[in-house]
Design a protein around this ligand. Structure first.
Ligand code: HEC
Length: 137
């Protein structure tokens, strides 16, 4: 445990937050998740990124969870209508959600945003691009 407070959230700290914030049930559900040993996630596709990074909190079908914290459902979520919103939340975090986009490159953020916007009952077909993500960092 570090005694100094880092101004910018380090990648290691982000990973620790992921663990600390997730309910035990969430982690039991995602026992197969493999966190990359390096600072960055290696998965490239939206479904693989979702399974390894988002599912621990937002659940397998995007249904969300209420336990130690409240994890909003991404399923049938009208807040996903504008791609800019999930991009922003992933890059910068929001309340209980850490800025997990710091562990992803622009293509990966776009891929996972496009995945959640076209799955779980969401049908937003205007794809986000890596450039959109770059502009929002
Ligand atoms: C450590 C747990 C955690 C992880 C991992 C996580 N989230 Fe979240 N997420 C949250 C919480 C908690 C909120 C609610 C934040 C708030 O109160 O505004 C949230 C909010 C969101 C929202 C906003 C929902 C809304 O209706 O306003 C989106 C979109 C989202 N997350 C997408 C993702 C995606 C995509 C990933 C994977 C790249 C991800 N999250 C990973 C915990 C997490």
């Amino acid at each position: 445990m570090t005694t100094k407070t880092n101004r910018s959230l380090g990648l290691v700290a982000a990973a620790a937050i992921l663990t600390a914030l997730s309910t035990p049930a969430a982690f039991a559900d995602s026992a197969g998740a493999t966190f990359s040993t390096g600072d960055k996630f290696s998965q490239k596709t939206g479904d693989a990124l979702y399974a390894n990074l988002c599912q621990a909190c937002h659940m397998e079908k995007g249904e969300g969870a209420v336990g130690a914290g409240k994890y909003p459902a991404l399923a049938k979520n009208a807040n996903l209508e504008s791609a800019g919103y999930p991009i922003y939340v992933i890059l910068h975090g929001q309340k209980g959600m850490p800025p997990v986009g710091q562990m992803l490159d622009d293509e990966q953020v776009a891929a996972v945003v496009n995945y959640v916007r076209t799955h779980f009952g969401n049908d937003y077909k205007d794809a986000a691009t890596a450039q959109d993500v770059k502009d929002a960092r």
